[in-house]
Design a protein around this ligand. Structure first.
Ligand code: ADP
Ligand code: MG
Length: 244
């Protein structure tokens, strides 16, 4: 029997050139609710551009993006970023310094104070920052700020979370714990996650599925250990070779 529900996120034949040079070249992939797909590849291969098109801050030359089966770009009118139900986390996606932690988390929520307060409290508890609401970002460590950014991105319950190297600014000591906590939270919320990284070990640790990208194209897709054990070619094998 065919699966009646469409994937949470689906992109079909997404293409974008800059100055005549294709940077994202006929990329297709899908992510189910509660799944983490890692877009993995070396610097400059087109990962961020792909993510920016899904977020709606960059326009594709061609291709279709659907969320829960509804086209948000291509195949009909283009929805603006705020109408796509996507959450964003970037390495340098800074908190608003003049707002408190609670105000940062509440930023994208409807203006209902009681509802905001409840959701903010719930999320701060989930990221282990109960009681941090009145503080300002500069009073927090890098890892704590990252957890606030995660709470803020999750607050409006986005259907899709787009993460662009969100952990690369953290020191190694903190990174594993925050990665795991982030994953747990995203899975509990049932969000579909597309995580961009150039680090194979991060993809191996976090992904349900890896989409290996090179020169604007997806060259291999599959479960992490399948890709690791059976890389599609020598370049893919070399890319994975420095994992320990
Ligand atoms: P990645 O995230 O994999 O490192 P990007 O998607 O940021 O790669 O960039 C892919 C290529 O597209 C790079 O060569 C980059 O210089 C180029 N590029 C990205 N954005 C623009 C832009 N707005 N104008 C021109 N070139 C761009
Ligand atoms: Mg990038």
């Amino acid at each position: 029997m065919p699966d009646p529900s469409p994937p949470r996120l689906e992109i079909c034949n997404l293409t974008r050139a800059f100055g005549g040079r294709p940077v994202v070249d006929d990329v297709s992939l899908s992510v189910a609710a509660g799944q983490v797909t890692c877009l993995l590849g070396p610097s400059g291969c087109g990962k961020s551009t792909t993510l920016r098109m899904i977020a709606g801050v960059e326009q594709p030359d061609a291709g279709i993006i659907r969320i829960d089966g509804q086209p948000v770009c291509g195949d009909g009118p283009t929805r603006p970023p705020e109408a796509r139900s996507v959450g964003l986390m970037f390495q340098d996606f800074a908190l608003f310094p003049h707002l408190t932690v609670a105000q940062n988390v509440a930023f994208g929520l409807p203006r209902d104070r009681a509802l905001q307060a409840r959701r903010v409290e719930e999320l701060l508890e989930r990221v282990n920052l109960t009681g941090y609401g009145p503080k300002h970002p500069h009073q927090l460590s890098g890892g704590e700020q990252q957890r606030v950014a995660l709470a803020r991105a999750l607050a409006p319950r986005p259907r899709v979370m787009l993460m662009d190297e969100p952990f690369s600014g953290l020191d190694n000591r903190l990174r594993d714990g925050i990665r795991d906590a982030t994953l747990d939270l995203l899975k509990e919320e049932g969000t579909a996650v597309l995580l961009v990284t150039h680090e194979p070990d991060e993809a191996m640790r976090m992904a349900d599925e890896i989409a290996l990208m090179r020169g604007g194209r997806i060259v291999q897709r599959g479960a992490p250990y399948n890709i690791y054990n059976a890389p599609v070619d020598k370049a893919a094998a070399a890319f994975f070779s420095d994992i320990n």
